[in-house]
Structure formats: structure tokens, C-alpha cells
Design a protein around this ligand. Structure first.
Ligand code: SAM
Length: 248
């Protein structure tokens, strides 16, 4: 089983990230950032790549014509569809798919990938995902990729941390950064009663200038780096980064 399956398919994910998933103010701020930086308007069709529980898609849908939320994880999509129904949001569609097989062509005015939801695969596959996003966009289409800012992470590196979840599970996290590959590696141990589960995550975190190179190689132009979600100039202290590019 890959770490992506082990991490996202386990029901503990929803408990571990309950604070984030339930933080409406944070999600509203992030959605406003997406809308502003992608200059979204009422006529746009938008792709939320790796939409998870649909927290941004449901907000962004208020500002555009149509949103496709795309993700591999069934239980997240089920949650997203239920939320859309409960909130009466009709212009959003949640589609199951693997970003490595994203197969739209000239379909969207804009796309985004939010909360370090890219970089889970080898360099060639990660690069190919960017090329697939370019293909999915119409000419002039914009893409925003948001993730942890590697420079800030390394400047305040915490090799070990732990937390106790609402259901009593204790999560121990050991983190290291592999400088040769530019990958952030964590070993996460979940302890609940006598149960013990270990998941080792492995995420590519490009340095800012590498992101620019990858975007350029994929075919993006007008590339810029900003601090997320407040916007403005990126600094080594910006905890999160957004890389934005456009298809010419
Ligand atoms: C850290 S979560 C972010 C979710 C969402 N963007 C948010 O901000 O709440 C990463 C997401 O990537 C999805 N994911 C991982 N690998 C994927 C793949 N190959 N194709 C599509 N989605 C994938 C996971 O299911 C998960 O929803």
C-alpha cells in the first residue's frame, strides 16, 4: 500500500485534521485568496485539483459558474457531495480521479491545488501533473499551487512533535528533510490503546526557484510567487507559498 492510501484512506485523517476541516473562517480566507489571486469571475469554470472534503470548492462555487472538485479519496468525496447537497450548492461537481491521469483539455478558466496536495510522487510524475493542468486549462487560464514554504519549514524545523486526538489516539511525528531529493519525510505513529499504526509520508517540497522552473517547463508563463493566504511578497518566513502561472 502506498503512503497516500495509508494516510488519506484511514478514518483517523478526519479526526487528526478536524481543527482545519472545521475552521470555517480559515477556509473562507483561503477561498477569498484563491478567488482574488486567480482573478475569478462569474463566468469561470474552475478545477479544484485534490479537493479533499471540498472545503474550498464549496466557497469558490459562490463566485463562479461551475467548479469541478477532483480527488482520489472516496470518503472525502462522499463528505463533499453531502455538504453540497446540505448547503444547496448546485454548481459544483465532485469527480473521483488520480491527478496523474487528469485528462481534461481546454476545459477550465482556472485551477488550484491547495494545502500541500501535490508532490506526492516521483519528480517525473509530479512534473507531468503540472503539464496535465496546463492541458486542462483554456488559453489564458490560471493555476495556483499552494504548499508549505520549504525555506520557512527549514528555518523552523521541528524534528519531533506529538498530539492527542479527540478519540484518544496519540500521534507521534518524526520529520526529516532529504536535501538530495528535496523531499520532506515524516514517520507518523498512531497509538490507540494497544493498537499501533505507522505511516511514512514522502512529499516533494521544491525550493521557490525550483517551482518557477517546474512551472516554466510545464508550459506556464507569467509565473509569480506570493505568500499564502495573505498575499504579498514571499519571504523566508512566509509559512505557506503560492506559485501562480498562466497558460499563454
Ligand atoms: C492535504 S489534502 C488537501 C485537500 C484539500 N485541497 C484541502 O485543502 O482541504 C491532499 C489531498 O490530495 C488528495 N490526493 C492525493 N493523491 C492524489 C491523487 N493522486 N489524485 C487526486 N487526489 C489526490 C488526497 O485525497 C487529499 O484530499
Amino acid at each position: 500500500m502506498s503512503w497516500v492510501e495509508a494516510f488519506f484512506d484511514d478514518p483517523t485523517y478526519d479526526i487528526e485534521y478536524a481543527g482545519l476541516l472545521g475552521d470555517k473562517e480559515r477556509t473562507a480566507k483561503e477561498a477569498a485568496f484563491i478567488i482574488r489571486e486567480l482573478a475569478l469571475s462569474g463566468k469561470d469554470r474552475v478545477l479544484d485539483l485534490a479537493c479533499g472534503h471540498g472545503r474550498h470548492a464549496l466557497e469558490v462555487a459562490k463566485a463562479v459558474t461551475h467548479v469541478v472538485g477532483y480527488d482520489r479519496t472516496d470518503h472525502f468525496l462522499a463528505h463533499a457531495r453531502k455538504q453540497a447537497e446540505e448547503l444547496g450548492v448546485a454548481n459544483v461537481e465532485f469527480v473521483r480521479g488520480d491527478m496523474r491521469e487528469l485528462d481534461y483539455e481546454d476545459e477550465f478558466d482556472a485551477a488550484y491545488n491547495y494545502f500541500t496536495a501535490w508532490g506526492y510522487y516521483c519528480d517525473a510524475e509530479n512534473q507531468d501533473v503540472l503539464a496535465r493542468v496546463v492541458r486542462a486549462l483554456r488559453p489564458g487560464g490560471r493555476f495556483l499551487l499552494e504548499m508549505i514554504n520549504r525555506d520557512a519549514l527549514l528555518g523552523d524545523f521541528r524534528p519531533r512533535s506529538w498530539q492527542e486526538l479527540e478519540d484518544g489516539t496519540v500521534v507521534l511525528v518524526e520529520q526529516r528533510f532529504d536535501f538530495e531529493t528535496g523531499r520532506s519525510l515524516t514517520k507518523r505513529i498512531y497509538l490507540r490503546g494497544s493498537d499501533r499504526r505507522t505511516v511514512e509520508t514522502d512529499v516533494r517540497l521544491p525550493a521557490p526557484e525550483e517551482s518557477v522552473r517546474m512551472f516554466r517547463q510545464a508550459g506556464f508563463a507569467r509565473i509569480r510567487l506570493i505568500s499564502a493566504p495573505e498575499g504579498g511578497a514571499l519571504t523566508a518566513k512566509s509559512w505557506r507559498i503560492a506559485v501562480i502561472g498562466a497558460k499563454e
